[in-house]
Ligand binder design. Structure first.
Ligand code: SF4
Length: 445
């Protein structure tokens, strides 16, 4: 049964030394009770306390780390079924497969493409997190693993069913701590040997959840802790059901045999279908999805789903409320304002960039609300806009006194003109995408 924060606190050293990264032992105890910290995060807890607490206090889903120190991909330790209950903690990682059928040159070229698949969206960097190297069918398993490892800038997954070939590949790059994927009922002993002898995480699949739970229990009995549940995609509905049932068993029933993050290997040959299917798994509840394609149009939809699902619903996405310069604006450049909701700001910023008209964007603090919501919630007013313009010293940047305001707030025009030096308030477009045409056709300093 889960322990309360107070029960855990009683067994801690109570020195408030902060070595766990939290200000007090009580704060640490509350986080352990909430399954957000593991007891081992306190370096001073006694062996007796550890024994007493470890089973009851460990998170219901294990945290698994793939890759070498410094560039590890972490997955797991989730605590809720639904995002609105709290938040999801570790975003699903996209892994791109390097088939064994590729020549060495083709494998290197694909690995290079994976390294370069990095995108910026609303202030965040989105990228492919893992490279999945197919070992079955490779003439030289160790050579193929080493070849890709030398080029890859992301952690590796080794994929195959042949335990002998997988062992050669895993031994060749064991210092990079790859995930060893492909264990099932037919080869579990060989994979347990690889994971145990090389201390690597292992992905295990079963023909149903009962068999999967038996196999993970067997691995755990042999001392293997870092396990990932592996599913394939022969049937979308079944796989989604298994992902959901496994997560529910772990989080709601504290069923340890399924208390691990999940991986789904997408196997469809159709690129569009692959993108759609991978997005569905990323939303519910895969920790890793393995796909084939690496073109931006295929990756970006999945990345955007992951970005949205893993946004903390309790924390508004904001940018700093300050004066931003887009391009190289000068004293004749346009001035506009918007709110500090990051999606609003980055939409405006990217459209100003697209217009090729350098401009100043004054961002008003609205507690992360977009324009209309901020107005409806009384988080923005003409008075607040004027105050922000003054605080950001915008008038010192330009010699004109023209201010472009969002088309959704025409009501601010008269008050800004009456109460500030900004004597020519221009009502701008209602949507960001109209900004380029608006600036090109209307802006004259
Ligand atoms: Fe308390 Fe341990 Fe954290 Fe120190 S490291 S504050 S003893 S819980």
């Amino acid at each position: 049964m889960a322990l309360t924060g107070m029960q855990i606190y009683k067994l801690l050293p109570k020195t408030n030394c902060k070595d766990c990264g939290l200000p007090t032992c009580m704060a640490f105890a509350m986080q352990v009770a909430a399954k957000q910290k593991a007891l081992t995060d306190c370096p001073h807890v006694s062996e007796e306390s550890k024994e007493e607490l470890s089973e009851a206090s460990s998170p219901p889903m294990r945290l698994v780390k793939i890759g070498p120190e410094g560039k590890q991909f972490e997955i797991g330790q989730e605590t809720v079924m639904f995002r609105h209950e709290e938040k999801f903690h570790r975003p699903c990682g996209i892994a791109v497969r390097i088939p064994s059928s590729l020549s060495d040159e083709e494998a290197l070229a694909k690995s290079e493409k994976i390294n370069k698949s990095v995108f910026e969206r609303v202030g965040q960097t989105l990228k492919v997190q893992l490279c999945a190297v197919e070992i079955d069918g490779a003439a030289d398993p160790a050579g193929r693993a080493k070849l890709v490892a030398e080029k890859s800038e992301v952690p590796l997954i080794l994929m195959g069913k042949n335990a002998d070939a997988m062992k050669k590949a895993a031994e060749a790059i064991k210092d990079l701590r790859p995930l060893v994927g492909g264990a099932d009922a037919s080869n579990i002993d060989g994979f347990i040997d690889i994971a145990a002898s090389l201390k690597l995480p292992v992905a295990i699949s079963g023909k149903n959840l009962e068999e999967l739970a038996d196999l993970t229990s067997k691995a755990k009995e042999k001392g293997i802790e870092d396990i990932i549940l592996s599913f394939n995609t022969e049937n979308l509905g079944d796989t989604l059901r298994w992902l959901t049932l496994a997560r529910r068993a772990a989080l709601r029933k504290n069923f340890r045999a399924l208390g691990y993050p999940a991986l789904v290997e997408v196997t469809t040959k159709d690129a569009e279908e692959e993108t759609v299917v991978a997005s569905a798994y990323a939303a519910k509840y895969a920790g890793i999805v393995i796909i084939d394609n690496v073109e931006p149009w295929e990756l970006l939809p999945i990345m955007v789903v992951v970005q949205n699902v893993y946004t903390d619903p309790q924390v508004p996405n904001t940018v700093e409320a300050k004066l931003y310069e887009v391009g190289n604006p000068d004293e004749n450049s346009p001035v506009m304002f918007t709110t500090n909701f990051s999606l609003t700001y980055f939409s405006v910023e990217s459209e100003v960039e697209r217009s090729k008209v350098p401009a100043y964007i004054c961002v008003v603090e609205t507690e992360g609300l977009g324009v209309l919501n901020a107005y409806a919630g009384d988080k923005i007013s003409a008075e607040k806009v004027v105050k922000t313009l003054n605080e950001q010293k915008v008038a010192e940047k330009v010699k004109h006194r023209k201010l472009i305001i969002p088309g959704l707030l025409p009501i601010f025009r008269a008050e800004i003109e009456d109460t500030s030096d900004w004597k020519e308030v221009i009502i701008g477009p209602e949507t960001a995408r109209e900004i380029p045409a608006f600036l090109t056709n209307n802006w004259k300093s």
